[in-house]
Each structure stands twice: as structure tokens, then as C-alpha cells.
Design a protein around this ligand. Structure first.
Ligand code: GTP
Ligand code: MG
Length: 242
């Protein structure tokens, strides 16, 4: 069967409601199932805004956002949430157990599926370390869990739903470099058929991506692989050196 999860942005321009200037201008790219697309750029470049358009946190005023050729504006929310899992830049956990938090997108997931997702997200040891395990309580806002653990639980939650498209918005930044590398290796093995879009601050997180978009001031200024961009993109070189 043909893999699902092809994401296409066609000449997308976006303005926040009430704002004067667009924060994204003429954005066009395609992300294919089985591949990793990375987005890098300085703070305020528009990365979070860009990834928020696929799950329709906002709708575009001009251009199209398509999932397998269908504009997302023609899909209902339940179809999008079952096919696209977004790990937000500021992950949220509910007050409740770890299990409740992990089952959020897929209430009928088995315990094995939860543990499998935790293992991939490098969060299994953290859940196992208390005898309460999956029944461990998370405080409101996840305040009894560290930032890195919040990120990993949020990644595990996305994995449980087995979507066609994963969006990771700066999801690896609170992890040390070794854990980041381990997690992404495990992730790659588990998401082989899916489309993976990674927003990152660190070049090491995205150096092996199939394509990297360099975003600056709401525009894609350069695109290519890590090696190509090292040769051709002054903006990318600046990020590498920073
Ligand atoms: P970092 O996460 O800091 O690396 O930045 P980013 O690249 O994710 O930028 P983001 O998409 O968050 O912001 C792009 C621009 O949109 C910035 O100028 C923000 O100030 C602006 N912006 C972000 N969110 C909102 C919003 O909800 N309303 C309005 N009016 N502007 C916003
Ligand atoms: Mg952001």
C-alpha cells in the first residue's frame, strides 16, 4: 500500500489575527512519508507558527496546506488529530496518571503499546523507577516532572497514536546530546513509514535530515541537506557557528 502522510505547503502566507505584517511569506515545501524534514532558524523566525498550520491551530489566508493532496481546511478536526501528532514546544501534561496522559490521543491503546512508546521516547526508566509505574500521578501542569521528562512523555504520547505525520517543535532541546541522539535513533526505527517534521535549535539534532529548510523572518531563505547548506547558506553557517 502507498504510504500516507505527504505534507505540502503551497505558497502559504500567514498573518496572526489582528496583526499587520505576515509572519510567514510564500512558504512552499513538500514532506514525504519515510523522510525527515527539518526546520531551523533563529528565534521569532516563524517555526512554531509554520508547524501550527497543519493541525489547524490557525487557518491560512492565502496558499494551501495539504495532507495527501487534500487541503486541511476540508478535513474535520478528528481526522487531522488521528493522522497528525504534534509535540508542542511547551509540552503540556494533565493532572492525572502517566497512563491517562499517554492514552490521551488513543484511549484504547494497550499497556504494551504504552511501554513501547516510553522505551522509544527514552522515558521507560523514569516511569519504572517508582513502583506506581504507569499509575504515577502527574500534578497539574506537570510541575512534579522535569522539563526533559515532560518533553519525553509528550513524545511518548505522540508515538502511542501512530499517526501518519509527526511534528516535533523543538522537542529535543531539554535533552542532553547523548539522550537526544539515542532518542532520535529509536524514533527513526519506529517512524519509518511516517512523515517526520522536526523543528530544532541545535544543528546536531537535524544534521541527518533528508531536507532542511532554513527559515529567516518568515521566509525560507535556503534549503538542502546539511552538507549542501554548509556550502551554500550563510544563514545556516551562522547557526552552526552560534
Ligand atoms: P522560537 O520558538 O523562539 O525559536 O521562535 P519561532 O521561530 O518558533 O517563532 P514563532 O513562530 O513563535 O513566532 C514568529 C513571529 O510571530 C514572532 O514575531 C512572534 O512574535 C509572532 N507570534 C507568535 N505567536 C503569536 C500570536 O499568537 N499572536 C501574534 N500576534 N503574533 C505571534
Ligand atoms: Mg517556536
Amino acid at each position: 500500500a502507498e504510504k500516507k502522510g505527504r505534507v505540502e505547503f503551497r505558497d502559504v502566507t500567514f498573518k496572526y489575527p489582528g496583526a499587520e505584517a505576515p509572519v510567514l511569506s510564500n512558504i512552499s515545501f513538500t514532506a514525504e512519508p519515510g523522510k525527515t524534514l527539518a526546520i531551523i532558524g533563529s528565534t521569532g523566525a516563524g517555526k512554531t507558527t509554520l508547524v501550527s498550520l497543519l493541525p489547524r491551530l490557525y487557518d491560512v489566508a492565502s496558499g494551501d496546506v495539504l495532507l495527501d493532496g487534500v487541503p486541511v481546511t476540508k478535513m474535520d478536526a478528528s481526522e487531522i488529530t488521528s493522522r497528525v501528532s504534534a509535540v508542542p514546544q511547551k509540552p503540556y501534561l494533565f493532572s492525572g496518571t502517566i497512563e491517562h496522559n499517554l492514552r490521551f490521543g488513543k484511549p484504547d491503546a494497550t499497556d504494551d503499546e504504552l511501554w513501547d512508546a516510553l522505551e522509544t521516547a527514552q522515558a521507560k526508566g523514569f516511569v519504572e523507577e517508582k513502583s506506581s509505574g504507569l499509575n504515577r500521578r502527574i500534578a497539574q501542569g506537570g510541575t512534579n516532572v522535569s522539563g526533559g521528562q515532560r518533553q519525553r512523555l509528550s513524545i511518548a504520547r505522540a508515538l502511542v497514536t501512530k499517526p501518519n505525520v509527526y511534528l516535533f517543535d523543538d522537542s529535543f532541546s531539554a535533552l542532553d546530546v547523548a539522550t537526544d541522539a539515542r532518542l532520535r535513533k529509536a524514533l527513526k526505527a519506529k517512524t519509518r513509514d511516517a512523515t517526520v517534521i522536526i523543528v530544532a535549535q541545535r544543528v546536531s539534532t537535524i544534521a541527518d535530515a533528508d531536507e532542511i529548510l532554513v527559515l529567516d523572518n518568515g521566509r525560507i531563505v535556503d534549503r538542502g541537506t546539511h552538507d549542501e547548506l554548509l556550502e551554500t547558506s550563510p544563514t545556516y553557517q551562522e547557526i552552526v557557528e552560534s
